[in-house]
Design a protein around this ligand. Structure first.
Ligand code: SAM
Length: 562
């Protein structure tokens, strides 16, 4: 039998199975062979479809997850408690691997047959092929080592606890395929009727007092300033919420390099079931052409058109607000004209390198010290929307010219610290030396940094930064852009090379072009949505205390001399 007829036969068996198991399938949609466009199967409209029309409905008992998998019923149902105690990923990997091992005995057999048997995601690339992704930071998120750790955790020990012989011999290669299917096909389906049990977050008294002290100190100072400096702006009166429309949610990233920092929820603790949803997962996706989405009802999941779909058009879902790098990492393809959500990244190490080179008195050691203090800032923990603070490994710069607010605030803080240090380098270096010696005791450096954090946060809260922060931003982003190869910077990919267009090198190059042009767009816009005040004003403000103390001690010094 030829490959083509296998493909067609699998499709028709799958369609038959769908018609027998789904509650409704609109006669206006059909599964199509889109391999000529490198899209596998997809769904197309046979007739015009109106916005809001139902395309198909999937009863909850047809989706595959811990609730419905035959694996859960092993050992008289004991296996289910083992599965419920596992993280979502691990539980669904085991359920899907088990159903696949059952072959035609699985109730999902015709569906399982149309799932991919190979993957083009970087998880399956050779080291040489991965090199083509340099200098993208996505290479740190491929997660091969984490997947291998997961495999060793599950097999054979957990498989034995579940009471299944067939899973005990699952090879690492088979495991990678099952995991990649889940990465690119699964949905997080909320439990119908699970209560939201989250209580109010308790306020940490010790931290609360520290933050209050800082704010009181600030208020006192501001009232004094109001008396003396009428022109001074009252920065913290503005309660403007800093919003960013590109909330990049990485919570559901599987096998991510979590380093055990965040607790991973078990299926029982989570509000969702990670699930395989037949037919919903036959829809391809496009960040710009999305015209359908899945609605979660108590008894069924309903796919509806979100806009008019004309006869012959493809029905596209959305897989999330992902840039090309993440689309490649999870799904093994790229959007040729760039994803709507493309971004390039600047690493914390890029930022620190820039500051240590431009302001040599602010040594890498000192910068790491500062970063550590910023990451532990109670003020930021209490006042930022994100609980994660502003220190992260990388910062996103989006194609529309926006950057994550954490990046802006960090640059502003480091700029103000550097310029303050420039005013009195001996004092600055002494503070760093003392901080190193003081261990866990609050040092002068720590106090000063906390003051700078507060002032800088008040400024960014009003959508303001300083002029030199903008300059530093442009320099950091420009240095990052220069890490990309010249042909990527030019944006012209060598399409004329035979076979290049479909090669992994081509996918990698498309990701790099997406990242580079996002960085470029941010570089050109250069934080233009923010207004920039003069640095001297900000530095004077943060150094006010120090200057007062300096002048008092010099008066004392003069008196002693006299
Ligand atoms: C949820 S499945 C969609 C159905 C899939 N095409 C199939 O044949 O089973 C996700 C996979 O479809 C492919 N895909 C989805 N959208 C695509 C697109 N816009 N371009 C190319 N491939 C796409 C990728 O291989 C991805 O991993």
């Amino acid at each position: 039998m030829s490959g083509t007829s296998d493909f067609d036969l699998e499709t028709s068996n799958y369609v038959e199975w769908l018609l027998a198991n789904l509650t409704c399938v609109s006669p206006k949609v059909q599964i199509a062979d889109l391999r000529s466009q490198d899209q596998g199967r997809g769904v197309i409209a046979l007739e015009d479809i109106e916005e809001g029309e139902i395309l198909f409905s999937i009863p909850r008992n047809v989706i595959l997850n811990v609730e419905t998998s035959q694996l859960a019923s092993l050992r008289d149902g004991e296996a289910k408690s083992v599965l419920l105690g596992l993280p979502q990923w691990e539980a669904l990997i085991l359920c899907l691997a088990y159903e696949l091992s059952l072959g035609t005995d699985s109730r999902w057999s015709p569906y399982l047959h149309v799932l991919p048997k190979t993957s083009n995601t970087p998880m399956f690339w050779s080291d040489e092929e991965i090199k083509a992704l340099h200098p993208s930071y996505m290479v740190n998120r491929i997660g091969k080592a984490e997947a291998e750790k997961m495999y060793n955790r599950l097999f054979p020990a957990v498989a034995e606890q579940l009471g299944t012989e067939s899973l005990k011999n699952l090879t690492i290669e088979q495991f990678h395929i099952v995991a990649s299917i889940i990465l690119s096909y699964s949905f997080d389906v909320e439990h119908p009727g699970r209560e939201d049990e989250e209580g109010e977050e308790e306020l940490d008294i010790e931290h609360f007092e520290e933050v209050q002290e800082l704010q009181e100190e600030e208020e006192e100072e501001e009232s004094q300033e109001a008396e003396h400096e009428n022109e001074h702006e009252h920065e913290h009166e503005h309660e403007h919420e800093h919003e960013h429309e590109h909330e990049h949610d990485r919570d559901d990233v599987p096998m991510d390099d979590n380093d055990g920092q965040e607790p991973v929820l078990t299926v029982l603790e989570d509000d969702n079931y990670k699930s395989m949803v037949p037919f919903a997962d036959t829809l391809n996706a496009n960040t710009r052409l999305c015209n359908a989405n899945l609605n979660y009802e108590s008894l069924q999941l309903v796919m509806k058109a979100t806009k008019k779909i004309s006869k012959g058009e493809q029905v596209y879902n959305t897989y999330g607000d992902h840039p090309n790098s993440e689309i490649l990492r999870r799904y093994g393809y790229i959007e040729k004209d760039g994803s709507k959500f493309d971004f390039g990244e600047v690493a914390l190490s890029d930022i620190l390198r820039h500051f240590s080179q431009k302001y040599p008195f602010f040594t890498i050691d000192g910068l790491h010290f500062a970063v550590d203090i910023i990451s532990k800032s109670h003020y930021l923990a209490e006042n930022l929307e994100s609980e994660e603070g502003i220190i992260s490994d990388t910062y996103e710069c989006y194609y529309d010219g926006e950057v994550v607010p954490e990046f802006v605030l960090l640059l502003l803080i480091l700029t103000v610290l550097s310029l303050s240090g420039q005013e009195d380098q001996r004092w600055f270096k002494r503070m760093i030396r003392q901080a190193k010696r003081s261990g866990s005791k609050a040092s002068e450096f720590e106090k000063f940094i906390n003051r700078v954090i507060l002032k800088c946060h008040q400024l960014t809260d009003q959508d303001k930064v300083t002029e030199i922060t903008v300059e530093n931003f442009k320099e950091v982003v420009s240095a990052r852009m220069h890490e990309y190869a010249e042909f990527i910077r030019g944006g012209a990919l060598p399409y004329e090379l035979n076979g290049y267009q479909h090669s992994r090198a081509h996918l990698a190059a498309e990701v790099l072009v997406s990242e580079h042009r996002s960085l470029e767009s941010c570089h050109v816009k250069a934080l233009s949505s923010l207004s920039a005040i003069q640095d001297v004003k900000m530095v004077k403000n943060v150094l006010k205390r120090k200057m007062e103390e300096d002048s008092q001690s010099s008066k004392r010094h003069k008196r002693v001399k006299a």
